[in-house]
Design a protein around this ligand. Structure first.
Ligand code: NAP
Length: 221
């Protein structure tokens, strides 16, 4: 297993330790800026030295952007697209040779409800980037099907992570976010992880590709 991180090497090392504790025979942490072609290229060379092939690639790196069309600078727009969308393209392109060497492989991209509906807190660049991830997922699914590589996405609504912590730091805010969802829950990272595991594992989802699995606690807008 290889965990990619940008700045938080300490957190990546924790994931590596946990993976080993759970029985992963090999686990490594490798730094990368997913939106930078040179960084992605050196990361994939390093991964190629560490493991013979890759079965699963999960493209989860992302940055949040807030603000409507008039409040969004061109720099903010480009940085959001660079990380959230170009990052998925670059990582997929760069890691494809290692996936081709595997007996089976699948890709799971982390999109968002913001790519499916416009009625969200996130900004215009974030929504556009995540809609792009959905389109890219569908196109890659068709293109890579002849190689037996499945490509799917998850589209979560609000999940309690570092990205959303400031929206959930009082009981009133939590109640407001929960009330957006018919199930009246705030999603946890584990809810998303279970869906990713399902889509990644051919023994559970071998007939599914080009699919966007919404994890939205019933929220449709
Ligand atoms: N939380 C939600 O409500 C929610 C809902 C829908 C979708 N999502 C998506 O879920 C994914 C995970 O987000 P999260 O909620 O777990 O947020 P998070 O805690 O902020 O994690 C985002 C991760 O992306 C990494 N990252 C950011 N820019 C990067 C870059 N240029 N290169 C490599 N890594 C980079 C960050 O690394 P560093 O910390 O080192 O910068 C961090 O590990 C994102 O794609 C996000 O858009 C989140």
């Amino acid at each position: 297993m290889v965990v990619a991180y940008r700045r938080r090497a300490d957190l990546a090392e924790k994931v590596v330790e946990e993976a080993k504790r759970l029985g992963a025979p090999e686990a490594y942490a490798v730094g990368v800026d997913v939106g930078d072609p040179a960084s992605v290229s050196s990361m994939s060379s390093r991964v190629g030295e560490l493991v013979p092939y890759l079965n699963v690639v999960v493209n989860a790196a992302g940055v949040l952007q807030l603000g409507g069309v008039e409040e969004t600078s061109i720099e903010e727009w480009e940085e959001t697209l660079r990380v959230n969308l170009t990052g998925v393209f670059l990582m997929t392109r760069s890691l494809l040779p290692l996936m081709k060497r595997a007996p089976w492989a699948s890709i799971v991209n982390v999109a968002s409800i913001a790519g499916e509906t416009g009625n969200v807190v996130a900004g215009v660049a974030y929504s556009a980037s995540k809609a792009g991830v959905i389109g890219l997922t569908k196109r890659l699914a068709v293109q890579l099907a002849s190689l037996g590589i499945r490509v799917n996405a998850v589209a979560p609504s609000f999940v309690e992570t570092d990205m959303t912590r400031s929206f959930l730091d009082t009981p009133e805010k939590r109640e407001r976010i929960a009330s957006l969802h018919p199930l009246r829950i705030i999603l946890k990272p584990e809810d998303v992880a279970e869906a990713i595991l399902f889509l990644a594992d051919p023994s559970r989802s071998r007939g599914i590709t080009g699919h966007v699995l919404s994890i939205n606690a019933g929220r449709r807008t």
